[in-house]
Ligand binder design. Structure first.
Ligand code: IMP
Length: 197
């Protein structure tokens, strides 16, 4: 069985990706690797995902297995001009969802989106390819649900506007999520290029 390492310390991200792979490409297994990665500050998710991957491959200094990194963010547009965006992990850790709801108190235009970029390193070609995904929605008025992670309890996707991401199963979330969409693009690529692994 072919294997791809998912370089992430985030169990939520890994679980979602694993569920999509088991359903869409069961001949490839994903394995979590929580190695510490170097994360640059950039306003481009692709740059961050690529850099994390390149620095891991260089640091290992020996032929490494095929692997992926992913970078994602939550963008409140236009009200917060895209904040927290590339600062999402820090904002979530330090002030959390309650602070975002506070910033959005009495705001009518609650549009927001999630974006993700997956970078894939092919052990055979030694090249990196990237895949992006996005989902649009609105910021809820209160936190709801216990699933998922991060901003999921305050995100109402346009496709299912009465439920937050945290009220969906991992499988339901992935059919419309930024990560699910990026993963489906990646899986589409792998189906045509299985020997890249
Ligand atoms: P990073 O991609 O690990 O740098 O983190 C981005 C941050 O965005 C995460 O720590 C989460 O707080 C948030 N985030 C990314 N994807 C999701 C998601 O699918 N649901 C909720 N929050 C997310």
């Amino acid at each position: 069985m072919k294997q791809v390492l998912f370089l992430t310390g985030n169990v939520g991200k890994f679980h979602e990706a694993e569920v999509v792979f088991q359903k869409e490409l069961p001949t490839v297994s994903l394995k979590q690797d929580s190695s510490q990665l170097v994360e640059i500050q950039s306003d481009d998710l692709e740059d961050v995902a690529r850099f994390k991957l390149e620095s891991f491959v260089k640091r290992e200094g020996k032929p490494v297995s095929s692997c992926i990194t992913e970078d994602a963010g939550f963008f409140v547009t236009p009200q917060l001009k895209g904040f927290p965006g590339v600062y999402s992990a820090y904002v979530q850790k330090v002030i959390g969802n309650a602070a975002i709801l506070k910033l959005m108190e009495e705001v009518k235009d609650r549009r927001c989106n999630f974006q993700a970029c997956i970078a894939f390193y092919s052990a055979r070609t030694r090249k990196i390819v990237t895949f992006s995904g996005m989902v649009e929605g609105t910021v809820s008025f209160e936190q709801r649900g216990t699933g998922g992670f991060g901003f999921d309890p305050i995100f109402l996707p346009n496709e299912i506007p009465d439920k937050t991401f945290a009220e969906l199963s991992a499988e339901e979330k992935s059919t419309i999520s930024h990560r699910g969409r990026a993963l489906m693009r990646f899986i589409g690529f792998l189906k045509e290029n299985l020997d890249a692994i």
